[in-house]
Design a protein around this ligand. Structure first.
Ligand SMILES: Cc1ncc(COP(=O)(O)O)c(C=O)c1O
Length: 444
């Protein structure tokens, strides 16, 4: 790209755009010119492996022609129709979503994002149960709008405090940092489930509407539930008439090698929230899937939820096309196969590097947890603080080598598009290996 043009983009960006989660003064974002498949290129022609699928949403990769054509076609046919009407793509996508969801699921309410999906799920849980408390976990991110931020447990919630009354937090099964030798995953699950049951009893189970979980904690370090944990949560919910809501915004739509993350444990929650992979960011779309009991409730009771862009026809057309791409290109199968290789390679990196304390992976969803010392497990940066911008430097080094991703606390997220091939994956992981050499030598 011509330098004059690049400078103009940068200048206008600096002058007029506010970027998320950042102090603006020192920002100098790369100008991106082109994106295709698992790669994108900046204005100097530098090529990056997109090893986070942008924000773990671009599961089909960049530039998928089938999705782009579906969007164009729908825009020409009928760009918008209000939520009160039935539209072909609106009906078709709802049917497809329910077909892919667990058997107990019945209907879907479409939104535009993960946060909006969680906002509406909170309201639905309260409307159906008539209760007011909502449980969610500390190591969670459920979105940045007010209700979803209150649901989130990590520091991105702080600016929305003092919080909404009735939002209660509990701890994740983060075994690596628990400091207890449980002996088995089942024993760990028992510990966490019993603690939660006790907490719910103290809060008054009859006041608890829902327990929200990211089925697999995502940006807060890919924390995979131990065996028996999700069943334990399901049992608690059944015992007390509480709704179990799985936030599948990151883990849904193939990311873990299954349609939804919860399929890995045959879990049937009461609601599922989703976004990201349903349209892979080509246009915005999210939704709340509800079970039969909830769907029936709203036969006679008003669903007090509404959005001008509920089930937007262009988004629904993109959603139908995206599901077809997953099916036709066997992306979920590829994710499973590539996930196996990713896991093997990450284990090698853990073995080799002093700075790698733990690696956690399922499908093409993984985190590399960095430590100062393997034995003590002291994190490379203390929780919530990174004054020397250590993680930023590591992510910068990766970027210099052409490996684009992001970090959260002391974890590097590795979650490439589900279309990645074995040679590409291995090529990218060599770059990660080189940067981990640097971390071992220069940082810890
Ligand atoms: C698990 C989870 N839930 C909800 C959200 C919020 O989604 P959105 O940014 O589309 O509002 C995210 C975003 O990263 C997420 O990872």
């Amino acid at each position: 790209m011509e330098i004059i043009k690049v400078n103009k983009i940068k200048e206008q960006d600096k002058k007029y755009n506010l970027h998320s989660w950042s102090a603006q003064g020192n920002l100098n974002p790369d100008v991106i010119e082109k994106a295709e498949g698992i790669y994108f290129w900046n204005s100097d022609g530098k090529k990056y492996f997109d090893m986070s699928s942008q924000l773990v949403n671009l599961n089909v990769g960049h530039g998928n022609k089938k999705i782009i054509d579906a969007i164009k076609k729908q825009a020409e046919k009928m760009a918008y129709m209000g939520p009160g009407y039935a539209v072909d793509v609106r009906s078709e996508l709802a049917a497809k979503v329910i077909e892919k969801a667990p058997d107990n699921m019945a209907k879907v309410f479409f939104t535009l994002s993960g946060a909006e999906s969680n906002e509406n799920a909170i309201k639905i849980a309260k409307m159906v149960t008539g209760r007011n408390k909502v449980f969610s976990r500390y190591r969670s991110y459920h979105g940045a709008s007010y209700g979803a931020a209150n649901l989130s447990g990590e520091p991105r919630r702080y600016t929305c405090e003092p919080g909404i009354p009735g939002f209660v937090k509990f701890f994740d099964p983060y075994i690596y940092r628990e400091g207890i030798d449980f002996g088995s995953e089942e024993a760990a699950s028992k510990y966490y489930v019993n603690k939660l049951r006790e907490q719910i009893i103290y809060e008054g189970p009859e006041s608890v509407a829902a327990i929200f979980i990211e089925t697999i904690t995502g940006s807060n370090g890919v924390i995979i539930p131990p065996i028996g944990y999700l069943k334990g949560l399901r049992d608690i919910c059944d015992d007390y008439g509480i709704m179990l809501v799985c936030d599948e915004v990151m883990t849904g739509w193939g990311r873990t090698g299954e349609w939804f993350g919860l399929n890995n444990w045959n879990l049937e929650p009461d609601m599922i929230t989703f976004a990201k992979g349903i349209t892979c960011g080509y246009v915005p779309l999210g939704g709340v899937i509800v079970n039969k009991k909830i769907a029936d409730h709203f036969d006679d009771n008003v669903l007090y939820c509404g959005l001008t862009y509920n089930a937007h026809p262009i988004s629904c057309a993109a959603g139908c096309a995206t599901i077809k791409v997953y099916e036709d290109e066997k992306l979920i199968e590829n994710c499973k196969a590539m996930g196996k290789i990713l896991g093997e390679e990450l284990e090698k990196l853990k073995e080799k590097h002093a700075s790698v304390g733990d690696v956690r992976y399922i499908g093409l969803f993984s985190a590399v947890e960095l430590v100062k010392d393997k034995a003590s497990r002291e994190a490379i940066v203390p929780y919530g603080k990174d004054p020397e911008k250590i993680m930023g430097r590591i992510i910068g080094k990766l970027k210099e080598k052409g490996f684009s991703t992001y970090s959260h606390e002391n974890c590097i997220i590795v979650a490439p598009p589900l279309i990645i091939k074995e040679e590409e994956l291995k090529e990218a992981l060599v770059l990660l290996d080189e940067v981990l050499d640097y971390v071992d030598k220069e940082i810890i």
